[in-house]
Write a protein that binds this ligand. Structure first.
Ligand code: GP9
Ligand code: MN
Length: 626
């Protein structure tokens, strides 16, 4: 019996086998990883192995069986948990976890509702192998004949594990050259190096970005500055300052996609008020959201800075200590009272910290509102009471003011009390899509009452009201139901088109009484800052920004998504394929070629600015370029 006290090799190998098989089954059943050929399938199959061999191999260094057992069980549980966390995250976001997102613990409480709806009791099957391992250790281990581990066996074991790692990377490199240098696409990474190695790589990237800040000096800003100056477009003379000294009210409409505008569910209009308002406003119907994992907060980041959010994590979390030249800051300097109004926990998305860096004077958060169980649903306060109380707060604000309001009711899982359902649900296999229309309809009603109250309180005439959808509400997980609604297949081209969100700019005295216009320029949230500042008569000529004034006659039809997808006047480049907008079919790559470089440059420069915290050198910009 004595020999059983020493570490052995059977148990770690069993643990590796169990987790390996489980990971592969999870790949095939819980993620939607596209496999195009046998080689890709093979890579997917072997990719969990090197990490698992390594991590369980460490147990071979334990001197006692008891400690080895403990280590193996805990590791198996932890690794299973990481895999499961990815599964739950994927169900909601169709994406894999990144380190910064994982550490956004202050969001976890509020994410409860959404996350809970993604957790199912049957999910315990994701841990079956851990239970098996436990039972094996408890009841069967003494029956297994085992040799104590020696140095030679250990060395051979790690050699095999290293060989598998190199084989994996080698095969991946032939399938996807430059995989690790071009980290646009997380799915590609997971597919090729496996979910566990991907997480290690993510940790490496995170450390790299911390180092980047430490290493940066202002010199990188020179190239960026030159690029931005060369691409600057002048504002339209008649539009510049058209709303000077008026209040600026920006409303971020939660999860509102453009496809619901002028659309219906069984004859019931989804957005009757917005459809009408569009006639009295500038309405941009080719306007795209450009958010990444930071969702609402990314859209706020785009609005405020005219910089791209990050490819991983939420920049509100990862770079809240940076220096920014935000719209809020510029308007505060111009004498505006600047604020955000959002009836949610102030620390959600790290807003309370980030808003200080963006230069807001005040954040009206949950504690500034009267929130009761009766006026709440889903994520929190309903939009109608939110708007109502917000207008009362506006009356107390110093004028002129800039406020950004963030709505909440039209948020996944799109729950609504019966009395707030103004239309009936859609009928498809996706409850999410079915309910979505009803919450959008509710939000439309809320906006209508908001306009009325602004008029009643005499704020309307002195304000301009800007509204945009922050990001998609219906993810690709609902493609089947979506294609049923749209009456056509949701191809990658259609998916990219579905990222359009409405942008409505309503200027009393200018666009009202039917003087509105639908403008079909290709544009994105990155264009908001210069556009709005110019309307208020604030110059942005010396700003570091990637957006262009939407009213400028020189504005380019161009929008870049965070994953490298881009849209031009005639083409859509997505999923490594160039599509013609006219035929909606793939065309020769050469049509998209000229814009690839611009896309890459802009995303790279924007990342450099954020990772290096380059705007802290901004004051000395004149000196830098001399
Ligand atoms: C939370 C709200 C919703 O405060 O902004 O966040 P989202 O999940 O859409 O990013
Ligand atoms: Mn949102």
């Amino acid at each position: 019996m004595k020999r059983l006290k020493k570490a052995n090799i059977v148990l770690p190998v069993v643990a590796v086998l169990l987790l390996w098989i489980k990971t592969y089954i999870v790949y095939k059943t819980s993620f939607n990883i596209k496999i195009e050929n046998f080689m890709q399938e093979l890579i997917l199959f072997i990719n969990p192995l090197s990490f698992l061999l390594f991590i369980f191999g460490l147990s071979l260094f334990f001197k006692s069986r008891k400690n080895q057992n403990r280590y193996i069980l805990i590791t198996s549980l932890l690794v299973s948990f990481i895999l499961y966390a990815n599964v739950v995250f994927y169900r909601f976001f169709t994406d894999f976890l990144t380190l910064p997102v994982l550490f956004q613990t202050s969001n976890f409480g509020d994410l409860g509702d959404s996350a809970a709806s993604e957790i199912k009791w049957l999910d315990f099957v994701y841990f079956i192998d851990v239970i098996l391992l436990f039972l094996l250790i408890k009841f069967k281990q003494k029956d297994i004949e085992m040799k104590p581990i020696n140095k030679v066996t250990r060395r051979a074991y790690f050699l095999v594990s290293a060989a598998i790692l190199f084989l994996n990377i080698g095969l991946a490199e032939t399938e996807r050259p430059q995989l690790l240098t071009r980290t646009f696409d997380r799915e590609m990474l997971v597919k090729n190096i496996g979910t566990y190695n991907y997480h290690l790589y993510d940790i490496f990237l995170q450390s790299k970005s911390s180092a980047q800040r430490a290493m940066a000096d202002g010199s990188e800003l020179i190239d960026i500055d030159n690029y931005i100056k060369a691409n600057y477009v002048k504002p339209d003379k008649d539009m510049f300052g058209i709303a000077e000294n008026k209040n600026l009210i920006v409303v971020s409409l939660e999860s509102l996609q453009n496809f619901v505008i002028h659309n219906d569910v069984y004859g019931q209009e989804v957005t009757p008020f917005l459809n009408e308002l569009i006639n009295d406003s500038y309405y941009f119907d080719q306007f795209y959201h450009q958010t990444g994992q930071g969702k609402t907060s990314d859209s706020e980041f785009l609005l405020e800075n005219s910089l791209y959010p990050l490819g991983r994590g939420a920049v509100f979390f990862t770079h809240s200590g940076n220096e920014y030249d935000a719209m809020a800051k510029k308007l505060s300097e111009k004498g505006y009272f600047t604020s955000t109004m959002h009836a949610n926990n102030k620390s959600f998305w790290n807003r309370d910290i980030m808003y200080q860096s963006l230069g807001y004077n005040y954040f009206y958060s949950a504690s500034d509102y009267e929130i009761t169980p009766e006026n709440s649903v889903g994520w929190g306060m309903k939009d109608i009471p939110f708007f109502e109380q917000s207008v009362d707060l506006m009356k107390t604000m110093k004028k002129p003011f800039y406020t950004k309001m963030i709505t909440l009711t039209n948020h996944h899982p799109f729950k609504l009390d019966d009395e707030d359902k103004f239309i009936s649900e859609y009928d498809s296999k996706s409850g999410t899509l079915n309910r979505y229309f009803t919450t959008v309809r509710y939000m439309d009603e809320a906006v209508k009452e908001f306009f009325q109250k602004l008029k009643d309180e005499g704020i309307y005439e002195n304000s301009i009201i800007v509204m945009y959808g922050d990001h998609y509400g219906i993810s690709e997980n609902h493609n089947e139901a979506m294609s049923q609604y749209l009456g056509k297949e949701v191809t990658p081209f259609v998916s990219a088109q579905l990222q359009r969100v409405p942008l409505i700019i309503h200027i009393p005295g200018v666009t009202d009484n039917g003087k509105g216009k639908t403008i079909s320029k290709v544009a994105g949230q990155i264009d908001l800052k210069p556009t709005l500042l110019h309307l208020l008569g604030v110059n942005t000529k010396n700003d570091i920004q990637f957006g262009e004034d939407l009213f400028s006659p020189d504005h380019h039809d161009f929008a870049v998504f965070r994953d490298g997808t881009f849209i031009t006047k005639d083409y859509v480049y997505t999923d490594s394929t160039c599509y013609s907008k006219e035929s909606e079919q793939p065309v020769e790559d050469s049509f998209c070629e000229p814009y690839k470089e611009k896309t890459k440059t802009e995303l790279d420069y924007s990342d450099k600015i954020i990772n290096g915290d380059l705007l802290r050198f901004y004051e000395n910009r004149e000196e830098l370029s001399q």
